[in-house]
Ligand binder design. Structure first.
Ligand SMILES: Cc1ncc(C[n+]2csc(CCOP(=O)(O)OP(=O)(O)O)c2C)c(N)n1
Ligand SMILES: [Mg+2]
Length: 388
């Protein structure tokens, strides 16, 4: 058998809007003035919410969270292309997409405060809850996409994940499954150059993340993730293909996490100031603003008014969240969200927590028939171990 060269698909790259706000008109997606201004508002709203959340977190008012700062174009650019019927499957860093999909500022703060009630807003939507285990959402995406296909719905499943998630088996299994079954799915990687302190260069020896699509026989494209138009266009095209039955796409948005990984992180110990400064110059919000100004759609008075409105919206959202927090007297509700019927081990934990909080004895009967994890230990022993 002769030695031949195997032809593999090529990976496209796409950028439309450059750093100075100039544009490649041939690639400019169709968006109305209203859609453009709405998108810009979401970009700024996401940034300011992050900034304010960071202050609240430092003041001890809310818990830990993962900022989207620097990644707004990847998030809003894609979210504006996704319809209500499509499924939004997030990781833990998609504030911008969630806001575009109707999440309120109140619910965002409540979620960071640790209230599952904030997820009530997901009812009746095609929005999935946050997935913290890295990459896990990539593994159940085929299930949603397959359901859409079997139901013959005109929709697609859009899953978000980071560069670090592409080193997890879940990403590969999920994308392979979607490719093999030709499912309507879009795998959207926000390559923000870091997975906590692991740089992109140590994540994979591959030249790009987008090229991993080739191995699974699906479309792949690498876009400038700080370019609102490029992300919008690539997502729209991927969704159109998915809905026509032409299969999944892997989109790599090349962007940068300008802020901390989470509020529990200090990036100054592992990355260079010069690198951060270089990416500051590529700020996705400034870039779109420059374009809007060039097109005479925006000026400083518009910006001033927008900043005022957004400040008030964030303050109101936070106050509503705080009001809710103060009105919930029963922290034990924490146990009631995971299952329709609470399983014995959780009933046991709930009774332990109740005892701690209220200084009472463990509820008799709540743990009846339950022998603890693995079924080995007696309930009495577990009650002691629970204090550790
Ligand atoms: C399975 C798993 N391993 C480790 C962690 C701890 N962890 C949280 S975020 C993160 C890095 C994720 O990096 P990336 O996928 O690039 O997403 P980014 O945080 O940059 O948005 C890690 C290791 C986790 N949540 N889940
Ligand atoms: Mg990352």
């Amino acid at each position: 058998m002769p030695r031949n060269h195997m032809e593999l698909d090529q990976i496209d790259t796409l950028s439309v809007l450059s750093e100075d706000g100039s544009i490649d008109k041939s690639q400019l997606p169709k968006l109305s003035k209203e859609e453009l201004l709405k998108s810009y508002r979401f970009l700024v709203l996401t940034r300011r919410t992050d900034e304010q959340a960071l202050r609240y977190q430092r003041q001890g008012r809310i818990g830990t969270f993962a900022p989207s700062t620097g990644q707004e174009a990847s998030q809003i650019g894609s979210a504006m292309a996704i319809s209500k019927e499509d499924w939004f499957i997030p990781s833990f860093r998609e504030l911008g997409v969630a806001l575009c999909r109707g999440m309120s500022i109140r619910d965002y703060f409540l979620f960071i405060m640790g209230f599952e009630e904030a997820n009530q807003g997901l009812k009746g939507t095609n929005n999935m809850p946050v997935s913290v285990p890295v990459g896990s959402q990539c593994a159940f995406t085929p299930g949603i996409a397959w359901g859409i296909k079997l139901d013959k719905k005109k929709a697609a499943a859009v899953v978000y994940f980071g560069d670090g998630a592409t080193s997890e088996g879940d990403f590969h299994e999920g994308l392979n499954f979607c490719g093999a079954l030709n499912l309507p799915a879009v795998y959207l990687c926000q390559n923000n150059q870091w997975a906590i302190s692991t740089p992109r260069s140590q994540q994979t020896a591959a030249k790009s993340i987008a090229q991993k699509a080739i191995a699974y026989g699906v479309c792949g494209i690498q876009v400038d993730g700080n370019d609102f138009f490029a992300v919008y266009k690539a997502t729209k095209e991927a969704l159109d293909r998915a809905k026509k039955g032409e299969g999944p796409t892997l989109i790599e948005c090349v962007t940068y996490r300008l802020s901390v990984h989470t509020t529990a992180d200090d990036p100054t110990v592992y990355r260079a100031k010069e690198e951060e400064e270089a990416w500051q110059k590529k700020d996705p919000i400034e870039r779109l603003r420059k374009y809007l100004e060039k097109e005479k759609l925006w000026d400083s008075s518009h910006q001033e008014k927008l900043e005022e409105d957004i400040k008030a919206e964030i303050k109101k959202g936070y106050e509503e969240a705080e009001q809710f927090r103060n009105s919930i007297p029963d922290p034990l509700k924490f146990f009631d969200h995971q299952y329709e019927t609470i399983p014995p081990y959780l009933a046991w934990q709930k009774s332990m927590a109740k005892e701690k909080i209220q200084g009472r004895n463990v509820i008799k009967g709540a743990t009846e028939g339950y022998k603890g994890p693995g079924g080995a230990a007696a309930v009495g022993e577990l009650e002691e171990a629970g204090d550790e």
